[in-house]
Structure formats: C-alpha cells, structure tokens
Design a protein around this ligand. Sequence first.
Ligand code: FAD
Length: 474
Amino acid sequence: DLILFWHRRDLRISDNTGLAAARSQSQKVVGVFCLDPNILERDDVAAVRVTYMIGCLQQLQQRYAEAGSQLLIIQGNPTQAIPKLATALNARAVFWNWDVEPYSQERDRTVIESLQEKGIAFLEKNWDQLLHAPEDIVTGANQPYTVYSPFWRNWSSKPKAEPVATLQDAIALTAAEQEQAKQAGAIPLPTAKDLGFNWENELVIAPGEAAAQERLEEFTQNAINEYKEQRNFPAVNGTSQLSAALKFGAIGIRTVWKATKEALENSRSDEVETSIVGWQQELAWREFYQHALYNFPELAIGAYRETFKNFPYDNNEEHFQAWCEGRTGYPIVDAAMRQMNELGWMHNRCRMIVASFLTKDLLIDPRLGEKYFYQRLIDGDISANNGGWQWSASSGMDPKPVRIFNPASQAQKFDPEGEYIREWLPELRSVDTEFLISGNISAEERDALGYPMPIVDHKKQQRIFKERYQQQKS
Ligand code: FAD
C-alpha cells in the first residue's frame, strides 16, 4: 500500500498538505525528488539557487529518515522517470502539490496521463504553496483580478487554513524495494558541483526547513514590528529574507501566516499592527503574481499591456553589460547589481530601482533584465520575478500607467547616509555622502577613484522614454 510523494518546490515535511494527505491514507509514504534536465539544463539557472536547493534536499533526506521513511533521488525527465519509479515500487498512488508555472502544468498533465494508463492514483489539484487557490479569489463577475488592491481586499477577507500535521511513524522501503528503486533510477543525492554548478561564495540564506523556521520566528518576533519603517532601506536588515524558503517550500505558507496572526495578537500599538499587516500584504503580492501567471500564462513570454507588446527598446549590448556588472556610473544602481552578483540576493527597493533604470533609462527590454535576475537570484521565481519586472517596466498589472524612478532621489530617500552604496562600492567610500547619493561626482574624481562616468543622462533618457510611450499608445 505504498504512496510515493513527489517533492518539487515543497522541500519540507512539516505543514505540507499533499504529504499529510498521503500519510492519512497510508503509513508507507516514500518521498522522491527528480533532478529534471528540462529545468537544470536551461541557460537561466542560478548556481546559488541550485546550491540552496541541494542543501534543502540534504536536510529533507534527514527529516525523512527521522520520520522512519526515506527520500529517493532520481534524475531524468519526470514524465517518464516518475511513472517508472512508481511502477517499480508497485505504488498505489503518486501524490504531489500543484504549481502555477506553465512548464509544471504541462509536465503534470503528461505525468497524470501516464499514471492513469498504469492504473496508479494521484492527488487532485492541491495548492499547497498558496493560502488561496486561484479559483477562489475572483471578481464579482467570476474573473481573475488584474489589479492588486481589490485582490488584497478579497484575499485578506477569507479565512486561512491552519498548518497541517507532519509525516510521522512512516514505514521505510524494504531491502528488496530499495533494490527495485535503484533499478528504476534512484541515485545518491549529488552535490551542486556534481551537477555543474559552482557557487563559491557563502550562502546568504541557510538552506532547509529548520533554518527557515528559525528565520520566521526571529523575524515575526522582532523586525516585523518595524517592517513598515524599515523595509525600504537596503542598508537595514529589515525584511524577512524568507523568499528562497518560500520559493522552494522550505517553509509552509500556513505556518508563515499563523506566525503573523500571533504577532498581531501580541502587538501593542496601531503602528505595529500596520507593520504586520504590511508584511501580510507582501505575502498577498506573492499570491497575486502566482494567480496571475496561472490565469495568464502568456505573461511569462511578454508584456501584459498592449502598449508594451512591441515597444521600441534600444537594447544596446554595451549598456546591458555595464548594467549587469554594476558599472553604469549611477552609484545606487551599481551597488545593487554588485550585491546581487555577490550574494545572489538583492533588496526589494533596489530590485525596483535597477529594473526601472534598465527599462526607462537604458531603454532595454525588461525580458533581458528578468532573465539576468533569474540567472543570479537565490529566490528566483518565475511569477514573482516576472511580476516585479512587468511592474517596473510599466508593462504589467499596475493601474499607474508609467512610473520612472530617479536614481538620485531614490538614494536620497532610502540610503540617506550612503551606507549601502559604500558597502557595495568600496571605491567610492571616501566620497562625501551628498555627492555619493546624488551621483554628482566630477569626471576627475571618478577617474581617480576608478569609477565610470554615467553611461546615460537620466533626464534625457526619461524624455525619450516618455516620447516613445506616447507614440506607442496612440
Ligand atoms: P519580505 O519583504 O520579507 O517579504 C516577504 C515575502 O513576501 C517574500 O519573501 C516574498 O515571498 C514575498 N514578496 C515580497 N515582495 C514581493 C513582491 N513584490 N512580489 C512577490 N512576492 C513578494 N521575489 C521572489 O521571491 N523571487 C523573485 O525572483 C523576485 N524577483 C523580483 C524582481 C523584481 C524586478 C522586483 C521588483 C521584485 C522581485 N521579487 C522577487 C520580489 C521581492 O523583491 C522579493 O520577494 C523580496 O525582496 C525578498 O526579500 P524578503 O524575503 O526579505 O522579503
């Protein structure tokens, strides 16, 4: 009576709804993770992300062992590898949690067909990574939302599920079954290096379920209370840094929600309450973009707004390289890009600044920036990344027609002492704060410090962007 549980982006055993459903039907639940070349051989995979993922898998194997069972690792196209393993183990069913991404949807349909042919059961649509299924958050006219504010009102008004019980007292495979699993492709867990991904720097976020749980507790007992004031300052450690754990499901979303409710119960002022609700709103942005991608899979390919479908971008290759490497001559932009190149993580305020700069100042197609981010981010997630880029490029679901960030005023507001810029641009440490922030640094000084001249003029580029926008609109 074996049920195989296929982990994808739910690398934990606690608060895992699909896994809990499997355990409620059988004591013999065995986990599997498939290293999928369709994903790992794409040219937008980040070494840091694979390293984090393998770290999560290592710990998941331990958790399975503690629960009395085991997590198998296989490699290959899951549409064949999963049914093959299920057949070899004589599994009664394969369970998994659903995902909004277009590739996942297609892959899962094929796996289901194959399982059905073999008479193996599967779990119907189970949205473990969301607090609300896409079908449940719709407008009065039964349509998906394309604007965040009404989505938030609807989403936040609905009761949310509690965390679910974990995998307990499971039964492991017999020696004979282990042999069958091996025959069907089970391998020891490789390292990220074995898979060809070398991340030399330390991981900015510790992988695995226990670390994610700790991060959540630390954040919801402290920084969440000042989130509203602190969240926009990249030099401050004011956000949760839970994005990678949420992307890979090292933590359950019901557990996260419960922690915010407890924080609300303990809050002693309206201000603190606003901060906590502010953080809940970010969790809702995450779901908004996931629902959007599910309902409009074409978002992954191009602009949502008509005006931007054939926008005349310059796509200057040298400018793009300068942006990637953090040598645009705009200190706040360069600091942010260097943070991402080094850590595999960038502060949200800076993600918005550099994305606006790429699309509105350098007039470069947001899809190039989106891909570069995906190649670098530990939390790289198709729906959040695409949502963020489309928002910044004004091509997406933002009711404001155009927004353009001025790098100097952004730095003035959000890095007023220049701490963040100095951290990531050591060559500019000696520059006076006022000039550092405004970017008003003379050609001689730039030359002496080895820092480039601005590659474009913000005012001029802003004008060009607006002109092109007007032309496209008409
Ligand atoms: P917190 O401020 O603590 O927020 C809590 C959680 O809410 C995050 O962990 C994340 O899961 C979610 N969240 C917060 N803001 C957003 C948002 N705007 N959209 C969707 N979810 C959000 N986030 C990713 O997880 N992966 C990405 O690939 C990604 N790419 C982005 C690209 C651009 C251009 C922009 C502007 C934003 C992007 N974001 C992405 C959203 C956001 O920047 C990160 O989620 C956030 O910086 C992660 O840090 P944190 O966990 O400390 O966030």
